[in-house]
Design a binder for this molecule. Structure first.
Ligand code: HMG
Ligand code: MG
Length: 296
């Protein structure tokens, strides 16, 4: 394996969980810094209800202020038709719909049962595709739910099936609260890859218990080569108690480059971005690689 696609979700998953709301200008500067560092896939915001996630209330302004770069794709979360209408008024390249493998988290996060969610998402995917937009699907709480505990893999498989039927090109498997362990990831992927090609799956790990990096390694072994991460290790879901940072992009890049896999991302430049954000937020960001550089 020589190629891994890194989807940088820090501006969305990272900032949605911070108490401090960064200005649109600062977010644009972060995006520019990430692009200079070589990041090409950026999930930048969510067109969710501004009261549910006030940190991302500037979604339209931000999307319109981002620099147009030929090799960069901007992505955003879209929960429903209203969100889609807002997104379509901006130049965002690609959308992501999301739901949970567990009923309770789904309800807490998007205020609907799973059965109520499907038609909403189906409409988003159909309309988005009719406007030439690719749509990714996210399934949260695949490896454990903060409210329900263990989540049977057959629930995830059934949801993936529904999402692919709707027309998403890929499903990102979310370890929303960072409980997954490598053997569990291996077992889940063994079952899912019997039904779906690994090229259409992605890994989205939160690092709450320090297992995110090793879980991505298990993904690579299973042929899942699209991985989500956030600069500095920012991240978390406001509607999942106990959720903490995503796998840090710095840590992922360090591991991949050490395995001889070129990422196209310059670690020094990436760390510069995280250091700036760390200073702005007034707290240390959890990336191990970032911390090791600070210590030198
Ligand atoms: P709702 O209150 O059920 O919405 O929220 P509604 O459809 O009943 O509408 C109520 C009002 O909200 C209406 O306005 C709508 O127009 C308005 P009114 O007619 O009363 O004036 N409205 C909107 N306004 C702006 N943008 C919208 C929108 N939708 C409705 N999109 C909703 C439902 C889904 C909107 C809400 O629950 C929500 O915004 N939830 C988002 C929660 C969220 O962002 N969670 C974090 C992201 S998921 C995550 O982090 C996990 C992930 O990282 C993977 C992993 O780690 O596992 C992806
Ligand atoms: Mg997440």
């Amino acid at each position: 394996m020589t190629q891994v696609k890194i989807v940088e979700v820090g501006l969305r998953d990272g900032l949605q969980n911070e108490q401090m709301t960064l200005s649109t200008k600062m977010k644009v500067e972060i995006a520019q810094g990430l692009i200079r560092a070589g990041v090409t896939e950026l999930e930048v915001t969510s067109f969710v209800h501004p009261q549910w996630v006030p940190q991302l209330a500037d979604a339209q302004d931000l999307a319109r202020a981002l620099p147009a770069e030929p090799d960069v794709r901007y992505r955003a979360l879209v929960p429903n038709r209203k969100g889609l209408e807002r997104a379509l008024e901006t130049p965002v390249d690609e959308y992501a719909i999301f739901l949970s493998a567990s009923e309770t988290h789904n309800r807490k996060n998007i205020n609907k049962t799973l059965e109520e969610t499907y038609p909403v998402l189906k409409e988003v995917v159909e309309l988005a595709r009719s406007r030439g937009k690719k749509v990714r699907g996210y399934v949260s709480t695949v490896f454990g739910c903060p409210y329900e505990g263990e989540v049977p893999v057959r629930q995830t498989a059934a949801i993936c099936e529904r999402l692919f039927e709707m027309g998403v090109y890929e499903v990102s498997l979310g370890d929303t609260i960072g409980v997954a362990t490598p053997h569990q990831v291996k077992a889940v992927l063994r079952i899912l890859t019997q039904h779906f090609p690994p090229e259409q799956l992605a890994g989205h790990f939160h690092d709450t218990r320090g297992t995110a990096l090793v879980n991505t390694y298990v993904c690579l072994e299973a042929g899942v080569t699209t991985l989500d991460s956030a600069f500095g290790g920012l991240g978390g879901c406001p509607y999942a108690p106990g959720a903490s940072g995503n796998l840090a992009t710095e840590d992922l890049v360090y591991m991949l480059e050490g395995m001889g896999i070129r990422t196209g991302i310059d670690l020094d430049a990436l760390c510069q971005v995280s250091l700036q954000v760390q200073e702005r937020l007034g707290k240390r960001l959890p990336s191990k690689v970032l911390q090791s550089r600070e210590a030198i």
